[in-house]
Write a protein that binds this ligand. Structure first.
Ligand code: ADE
Length: 247
């Protein structure tokens, strides 16, 4: 996977993503990451990349020309038409299924906006997907781009190593993850659930599955509709919730 990020703050992207698992994957050559500084492509003598909005109003708008030329500097040296993701609160809300789908691309270009927005004409010209990472407003698209790159990369074979498997994750089957415990067995008078010490793998698996069902029902009932659950498990959730409401 080749990631290209069009940004006014390239250090933010490279500093943030050259650590931990994503940093390792870049070093291993499973991923490549290039932050392209939009400012390098301005034709303005003073390095200007924004200007006042036509029609008036507060804030500044990122101009079309530097964004377009920065994009073309990438497009002209690759042999395919990449998806171009513009990060904006007005976009489609990012989701695990979108991460899985984007993980199949050969390369992705991210466009990070700042100020009051980006001239609509360059968006019309180059953007294929507008994506939001949630219903809140950030100061720029860099953190959203980094979130997306992290989530997409985990879905690419070779990024996670065996002991970091994506299989059991929250959302893998549409459910939240079960609780985890490590040594010691007792900490501040709190015991690890006895079943986890039993050595009975079938029982442990069944308990973990129940915990996932309970957690999802309690914390994110909206996820249950699309989760992969058997009729028996749906029944278990119904009974659990009915029992709880009686108490
Ligand atoms: N830019 C500012 N806020 C954003 C958000 N929530 N998602 C994506 N891009 C953004």
């Amino acid at each position: 996977m080749e990631y290209y990020v069009l940004t006014l703050f390239p250090d933010m992207i490279t500093d943030g993503l050259h650590t931990s698992i994503i940093g390792r994957a870049i070093e291993d050559g499973v991923l490549s990451l290039e932050a392209v500084n939009i400012r390098d492509y301005t034709l303005s003598k003073h390095g200007k990349t924004d200007d006042y909005p036509y029609g008036g109003g507060a804030g500044m708008v990122m101009q079309a020309q530097p964004v377009y030329d920065a994009f073309m500097s990438i497009r002209n040296r690759i042999d395919y038409n990449p998806r171009v993701v513009y990060l904006t609160p007005q976009g489609k809300v990012f989701h695990q299924d979108m991460a899985k789908e984007l993980a199949l691309e050969k390369g992705i270009v991210f466009l990070c906006g700042h100020y009051e927005g980006v001239d609509e004409r360059v968006l019309d010209e180059i953007v294929t997907d507008e994506v939001s990472i949630g219903d809140y407003v950030l100061t720029g698209g860099e953190l959203p781009a980094m979130c997306m790159i992290d989530a997409i990369s985990r879905m690419i074979p070779g990024v996670l190593h065996n002991n970091e498997s994506a299989e059991d994750d929250s959302f893998g089957d549409g459910l939240l993850e079960f609780p985890q415990y490590s040594r010691p067995e007792i900490w501040r008078d709190r015991k690890v659930p006895a079943i986890l010490l039993s050595g009975d793998h079938a029982k442990v698996d069944a308990w973990r599955r129940e915990q996932s069902l309970i957690r999802t029902a309690e914390r994110r009932p909206d996820l249950l509709e699309n989760a992969v659950i058997s009729p028996k498990e749906r029944d278990f959730i119904r009974k659990y919730l009915a029992n709880k409401n009686e108490l």
